[in-house]
Design a protein around this ligand. Structure first.
Ligand SMILES: C[S@@+](CC[C@H](N)C(=O)[O-])C[C@H]1O[C@@H](n2cnc3c(N)ncnc32)[C@H](O)[C@@H]1O
Length: 539
């Protein structure tokens, strides 16, 4: 008997409730196939917050004994064997699941052994398409489209051999004009898309139309990878700007982010909007005199690719946001995404934090997350921002933590000894060399999402300018600038917040950077890369 819509909804909600305990959990040993079956039983598009399930899904897949067996025999498997074995272990096709396809299409993989398996599978597909294009089946096309989407997401960070480079170049060597309509041609385009963005193929409008007829998988590849690129180019060219970019370090940093906009982000989950004063009261509990402003004027300073600006713009019931950055390409990425989500209360503007006075605007809230540590002198950046902050206004700042960044020093030095061109292929080769060297440990870097895509890797270990700070240095700087320290922002680290409050329940400790420095030293290994904190300009 067919199930009714109501029964179907109820099954989905039972399955969702069952997987809820898996949220954000990373398995360290394989708990059994029943967990995989449970995951596979949930219709993928009913999981709105897939990011929270990335760790459980990935760890369950990579801990399967069959997965370990594939990794061990990777060099001996012929392409078809590799393809067949991967279907069930990686994509859970034997369970009829599309979950892994969706995860790899929407997110950036952040697991090294998954990357190793996908890198080999990609090579197997390329060899297969090259040698036997006529044998390619629709399900192969689906998996190649997923790998192509993942490689687009991770900006082609997977290591590629000289053989793969050559095969890619040769894929269309003997193509005839009439080939465009054939399934083999579509397979070759998708195979090529696993290694390069499709806009680099310069396909004609007619060829794109033909490709679109091969189902939603191929259609999406074309929309995201060809049309988005054209939209962003237009937006970047027309971006309004303020002031001049004169500072030599700003010019270098600008060049880096024009070449590699950061961060790479793909999907946005809307927060529940709240009034400004309720929000501030929640973040800074002792702060009682927050005005019930009408529309909160916010500045996001160094907004990158816009995720941060969109988060601020949707966080408050009434607000308007100015989002500035040195990189036009980053701003264009943000503007395209804002329009995709129907968000209209952000103005993206090109310019240097050091020149914000030229905006001729004042703000109730300024957020500078991950940008100020790329200045030559952080104090002059904070000073410039303070001048356009209204009296009594709030600033949320996040800068690199010295104790954390020091752990990345060997990896940074390793990269910088080899850096010359900063091209994708050079960054990929350096990353591969780093992953295969044994001289020092790179676990700190490998635990970060940034390690798993090209722009993130560049931002993490190949940055042209970065500073880092201790709590005491922050204290000295804020005193000099006459800014009131209001406390650490623990939004992303609730466990650390709980530990701090357990050790220091009194309110004054939360506003004391000396106490925080001692606390940080006692739990150094748990502290994240950024120190995030709140400050206020005197009223
Ligand atoms: C690491 S990204 C952080 C982006 C964003 N705030 C976030 O958290 O996702 C740093 C951004 O700061 C921008 N930036 C660095 N120095 C800047 C300056 N002097 N003026 C404006 N933007 C700057 C860079 O162009 C880059 O997009």
């Amino acid at each position: 008997m067919p199930i009714t819509e109501k029964e179907n909804q109820s099954n989905i909600s039972v399955a969702r409730n069952m997987i809820e305990p898996l949220r954000s959990r990373r398995f360290t040993s394989f708990p059994g196939r029943v967990w995989l079956k449970l995951l596979a039983s949930v219709p993928p598009d009913t999981i709105p917050d897939l990011t929270d399930f990335q760790a459980p899904i990935t760890s369950l897949i990579t801990l399967q004994p069959e997965f370990a067996a594939i990794l061990l025999s990777i060099d001996e498997l012929d392409p078809l064997e590799m393809i067949q074995k991967s279907q069930d272990t990686i994509f859970l096709q034997n369970m009829g699941s599309d979950l892994v396809h969706l995860m790899l299409r929407q997110l950036i993989n952040n697991d090294a052994s998954m990357e190793q398996a996908l890198t080999s599978l990609r090579k197997a597909y390329l060899q297969y398409v090259f040698r036997q294009p006529a044998d390619v089946q629709p399900q192969h096309l689906q998996t190649m489209a997923t790998i192509a989407a993942q490689c687009f997401n991770n900006e082609y960070v997977f290591y590629e051999t000289c053989e793969e480079e050559e095969l890619c170049k040769e894929l269309f060597a003997n193509a005839e004009p009439g080939d465009s309509g054939t399934f083999s041609f579509v397979a070759k385009v998708v195979a090529y898309g696993m290694y390069h963005p499709l806009h680099s193929l310069s396909l004609s409008e007619r060829q794109m139309q033909i490709l679109s007829q091969y189902g939603e998988d191929v259609q999406k590849l074309i929309d995201r990878r060809i049309r988005d690129d054209a939209i962003e180019k237009n937006l970047a060219d027309g971006m309004p700007s303020f002031g001049q970019i004169e500072n030599a370090i700003s010019k270098k940093v600008r060049q880096q982010y024009e070449e590699a906009p950061y961060p790479r982000w793909l999907d946005f989950v809307f927060p529940e909007p709240r009034p400004f004063n309720t929000y501030i009261k929640d973040k800074i509990p002792f702060c009682d005199d927050v005005p019930r402003a009408g529309t909160v004027q916010c500045l996001v300073a160094g907004c990158g690719t816009g995720h941060h600006a969109i988060t601020v713009a949707t966080r408050f019931t009434e607000c308007s946001v100015v989002a500035i950055d040195l990189s036009r390409r980053s701003l264009a990425y943000g503007a395209r995404q804002a329009s995709r989500y129907g968000i209209s209360n952000i103005e993206f503007v090109h310019g240097d934090i050091l020149e914000v006075g030229a905006l001729k605007r004042n703000f109730d809230l300024i957020e500078a997350v991950g940008s100020l540590h790329h200045l030559e002198d952080i104090s002059s950046g904070i000073q410039a921002l303070t001048e356009i902050l209204r009296p009594g206004g709030f600033m949320r700042i996040a800068v690199y933590r010295r104790s954390f960044r020091d752990r990345l020093k060997p990896a940074r030095a390793f990269a910088w000894e080899r850096l010359q061109t900063f091209t994708t292929s050079e960054l990929r080769a350096i990353r591969h060399a780093l992953m295969t060297q044994k001289a020092f440990d790179i676990e700190t870097a490998k635990a970060l999402r940034d390690f798993y895509y090209t722009g993130g890797f560049r931002d993490l270990l190949c940055h042209v300018q970065e500073l880092s700070f201790t709590p005491m240095e922050i204290k000295a700087m804020l005193e000099k600038l006459h800014l009131q320290f209001l406390g650490i922002d623990y939004s992303d680290t609730p466990a650390i917040k709980a530990a701090f409050l357990a050790a220091h329940p009194d309110e004054t400790s939360s506003r004391n950077l000396d106490v925080y420095e001692e606390f940080e030293a006692s739990r150094a290994s748990e502290m994240p890369s950024l120190i995030k904190f709140w400050v206020r300009k005197n009223g």
